[in-house]
Design a protein around this ligand. Structure first.
Ligand code: KG4
Ligand code: ZN
Length: 345
């Protein structure tokens, strides 16, 4: 018998149905992600009922594929880790029920995992790099969250702050809609911004100096005002090309404002709490401008996962499962999903 752990991870918190097998919390043996982005594109965002139905249709095949690509059966797995929250209730229960069924049938332990901590642990899956060191400052930026978290050890978090209104990814998605760009908005804005001038528009930065919170709704309103100035008949939310609108400059200036606030506040917090490194994770960490700004402005190491691990996946869920399994964490088979589960513990 080896001491290696092998964890099956399952993730269905939003619009990706995913399963993965990870060894020792660091080595991805298989990782399957079925994206529903095409299904939701016409709504300009994730439509909850459509999401849960799609999870139900896909989950079984996705888990089977993850196990078969890893060439293992459940008898070679040590535990089943599943996203317990935060996320859409109707989506979370699909993964949770699948995990409970497998745990019941196999007798394997069930581990309910926080989706936000899993984003941070995506960095551990970059196997060729040394493990991150503590204390570290983690910025989690996704479609649903913008969280600044001090991590003093494995599984030990102090939440410093988060968004008071829109999440960073949500701001990208909403502004993309205003500019007539497709969902998901982050990649669309990034691409459109490439030909634009980030200083063309001086959009507001909400510094909220007295704490570690963020706010992006004022920025979104400022972009809306600019769009209306060019196009008084604008019908918000209708995705269509907007002739005459300087979308490249607007996208670049909006992106620069988001990046400025995220980078400056994270680096300031890292300094204040004596962090030895910074981890950036979640869908928005795929953003090129954000990555290069961190690289240019930081005087301590900043790590960002490879693009495939920035957005939702189950390998990161299995990675947390490894450390929870070693820490003797076990969940009962009747646990509920927690759609609003904060990361602090
Ligand atoms: O982590 P994630 O896949 O799902 C959540 O847990 O929310 O993040 C999705 C979010 C979306 O809002 C999407 O627009 C944003 O990440 N995103 C990006 C980029 N790629 C994805 N935002 C900015 N730039 C990108 N390249
Ligand atoms: Zn996520």
């Amino acid at each position: 018998m080896s001491d290696d752990t092998r964890i099956l991870g399952i993730e269905t918190s939003c619009d990706e149905t995913a399963a993965a097998v990870v060894e020792n919390g660091r080595r991805i043996i298989s990782s399957v992600v079925a994206s529903q982005a095409d299904l939701h594109a016409r709504y300009g965002g994730v439509f909850p009922e459509v999401a849960s139905r799609a999870h139900i249709e896909t989950i079984y095949a996705v888990v089977e594929q993850a196990l078969s690509e890893a060439h293992v059966g459940l008898e070679s797995i040590d535990a089943i880790a599943v996203t317990r929250g935060p996320g859409l209730a109707g989506s979370l229960v699909v993964g949770m029920n699948m995990a409970k069924g497998l745990a019941l049938a196999s007798g394997l332990p069930l581990l309910g995992i926080n989706h936000l901590e899993a984003h941070v642990y995506s960095i551990w899956l970059v196997e060729e790099e040394p493990e991150p060191e503590f204390p570290l400052m983690a910025l989690i930026v996704s479609g649903g969250h913008t969280e600044l978290v001090l991590m003093s050890d494995h599984l030990t978090y102090q939440r410093l702050g988060g968004t008071l209104d829109d999440a960073a990814g949500e701001a990208f998605d909403k502004v993309a809609r205003l500019l007539g760009l497709a969902y998901p908005g982050g990649p669309a804005i990034q691409q459109t911004a490439e030909g634009g001038d980030p200083e063309a528009f001086q959009f507001p930065r909400a510094w909220l100096e007295n704490g570690w919170d963020f706010s992006f709704s004022g920025l979104k309103t400022a972009v809306l005002r600019e769009v209306r100035a060019h196009d008084p008949d604008l019908e918000a939310g209708v995705e269509a090309p907007r002739p005459g609108l300087p979308i490249s400059d607007l996208a670049a200036s909006f992106q620069a404002a988001v990046v400025d606030v995220l980078v400056e506040k994270t680096l300031k917090a890292a300094k204040e709490f004596n962090a030895v490194e910074v981890l950036v994770a979640g869908g928005v960490s795929a953003n090129k401008a954000l990555r290069s700004a961190f690289e240019a402005r930081a005087d301590l190491p900043v790590r960002v996962p490879p693009i495939a691990l920035c957005t939702d996946n189950a390998a990161m869920i299995a990675a947390v499962g490894h450390w929870r399994y070693l820490a003797d964490h076990r969940d009962a088979l009747d646990i509920d999903v927690l759609p609003n589960w904060p990361i602090a513990r």
